[in-house]
Ligand binder design. Structure first.
Ligand code: F6P
Length: 360
């Protein structure tokens, strides 16, 4: 009997269920339903620490291909605190290993983003057999071209930009649409281009308000009385980007909700005299239906993870590189952030069609 644990960790996103379904179906297919036991660890690493789990049945993985969220629940358990004994006196690493051993797992499949991959690597170092999968709408995981959830997030953010276009045009208004993505700009870049944004602001390219105003005035002269700005939640003005790390953090924390969105909207309204509104699609971007592209990617990732389990190639994250699904050693992935290269083709394409990044 093969015993495999499933765990979803960190912020949820579309494609988690589709990916687990892919792993499960491929395992059942390979071993036969009677020869594999899947154990669902509940609510991420919290469940592994506290021994909360449930035995899964093949039917648990039916009907979930398109459904966002995670049937196992998830939680955020910061990596930096994993080895810290808290006030509750719990040794989290020892508890996780204990649960792993108690459940007699052959392998633990972990679906997670950056922090979760670091903890997955920690468990690998501690002797657990791990296969991980790259989850996040942010697409900021090193080692894979794309993460599952990213395309579904793009779809929601793009829909939001489309909807904002019609109302912005009617009212001749400026709109700043705040897009998720944490410290990187992938989601904003892709949704911005797909949603026809006039200005795209990314954490990787600090902006100046005057350059944005210049773009708005240029559009005004060309008879376009509205402007749609796709702004990453992590975008910062040039003067803030130039601060020391500590001062930058303080400047960000001083902003409402830790973003410069409202400051920028107020500055634009003051400098241009145009009504400027803010729209924040927020967690809608990682909820709802999993889009067909992600369903396909998740299923491919899932089948590849099952194959790694069959071949006992543990200690790897499944990744997409070019058009190939490949294993990447967890020790190479852990702790590395994939930011948007400022000279990448996607940015060149956006600039070529006149999109401003607020830097010129
Ligand atoms: O990592 C996914 C993400 O949605 C980021 O884009 C965003 O910054 C963050 O999670 C929000 O986290 P929370 O759900 O904990 O508010």
């Amino acid at each position: 009997m093969k015993r495999v644990g499933f765990l979803t960790s960190g912020g949820d996103c579309q494609g988690l269920n589709a990916t687990m379904r892919g792993v499960a179906k491929a395992l059942y297919e390979h071993y036969g339903e009677k020869n594999v036991e899947i154990i669902g660890i509940l609510n991420g690493y919290k469940g592994l620490i506290h021994g909360d789990y449930k035995k899964m049945k093949p039917e648990d993985f039916s009907g979930i291909l398109s459904i966002g969220g995670t049937i196992l629940g998830t939680s955020r358990q910061p990596f930096k605190l994993m080895r810290v004994i808290g006030e509750d006196g719990i040794d989290k690493v020892a508890c996780m290993k204990k649960t792993y051993k108690y459940l007699k797992l052959d392998c633990l499949v972990i679906l997670g983003g950056n922090g979760s991959q670091k903890t997955a690597n920690l468990l690998r170092e501690e002797g657990c057999n791990i296969v991980s999968l790259p989850k996040t709408i942010d697409n900021d995981l090193w080692g894979t071209d794309k993460t599952f959830g990213f395309q579904s997030g793009i779809n929601v953010a793009t829909y939001c930009l489309d909807a904002i276009h019609t109302t912005a045009t009617s009212h001749s208004r400026i709109f700043v649409v705040e897009v998720m993505g944490h410290k990187v700009g992938w989601l904003t870049l892709y949704a911005g281009v797909a949603g026809g944004a006039d200005v795209i602001l990314l954490p990787e390219i600090p902006y100046s308000v005057d350059n944005i105003v210049k773009k708005i005035e240029e559009r005004e002269r060309n008879g376009k009385h509205f402007t749609v700005i796709a702004m990453a939640e992590g975008a910062v003005p040039k003067e803030v980007a130039e601060l020391s790390k500590k001062d930058r953090k303080a400047a960000v924390m001083a902003q409402p909700n830790g973003t410069f969105t409202s400051q920028l909207a107020a500055q634009i309204q003051e400098k241009t005299g145009h009504e400027t509104r803010i729209t924040v699609p927020g967690h809608m971007q990682r909820g709802g239906e999993t889009c067909p592209y992600d369903r396909f990617l998740s299923t491919s990732f899932g089948a590849a993870a099952a194959q790694l389990i069959v071949e006992e190639k543990y200690g790897n994250m499944v990744a997409l590189q070019g058009d190939k699904i490949v294993p990447v050693p967890l020790e190479e992935v852990a702790g590395k952030l994939k930011t948007v290269p400022v000279d990448c083709d996607e940015i060149k394409c956006a600039r070529a069609v006149g999109i401003s990044f607020g830097d010129k």
